[in-house]
Design a protein around this ligand. Structure first.
Ligand code: ZN
Ligand code: ZN
Length: 148
């Protein structure tokens, strides 16, 4: 098999997404063996996911903060942080929870209510810790992806 982009050059590996043959220079273009089309598609999906997370956490935070304004600025700031944490935490635990869920079902819990309760509590506390770092990281990544 030859490289999809350079038909005269033999392929040394394949795109992990679509299986197209890639030559040395194509295969080493990114951190994983992926063709430029698939990398572009991945970047697009990541961009969408990051925009969604930032939009939802900041948006929901602002809505609730406005509601808490009657309690003073401090209450609004704390509310914003808590709500944004919950959303950001929810996005970050989402990736791990399906696996946990099957473990829980096998060993302890059969109730999905308990599962959701655990997820909300976990999301909240993880979010409290992660919010500043993850938001900064997301904004940085957003800038990088926009350049692609
Ligand atoms: Zn590909
Ligand atoms: Zn090539």
């Amino acid at each position: 098999m030859n490289c999809f982009f350079h038909p005269a050059v033999p392929a040394v590996s394949q795109c992990v997404e679509c299986g197209k043959g890639l030559c040395v220079s194509c295969a080493t273009q990114y951190s994983i063996s992926i063709c430029r089309n698939c990398n572009h598609a991945r970047a697009g999906n990541e961009l969408k996911a990051i925009r969604k997370e930032l939009g939802m956490s900041i948006g929901a935070g602002l809505v609730f903060a406005l509601g808490a304004m009657s309690g003073g600025l401090m209450a609004a700031v704390v509310t914003f942080y808590c709500v944004a944490s919950l959303v950001v935490g929810w996005f970050s635990v989402g990736a791990y929870m399906p696996r946990l869920s099957s473990l829980y079902t096998i060993f302890f819990f059969r109730s999905t209510v308990i599962y959701w309760l655990i997820k909300v509590v976990a999301a909240f506390f993880i979010g409290l810790l992660l919010l500043p770092f993850r938001t900064v990281k997301n904004f940085k990544r957003l800038k990088e992806l926009n350049k692609l």
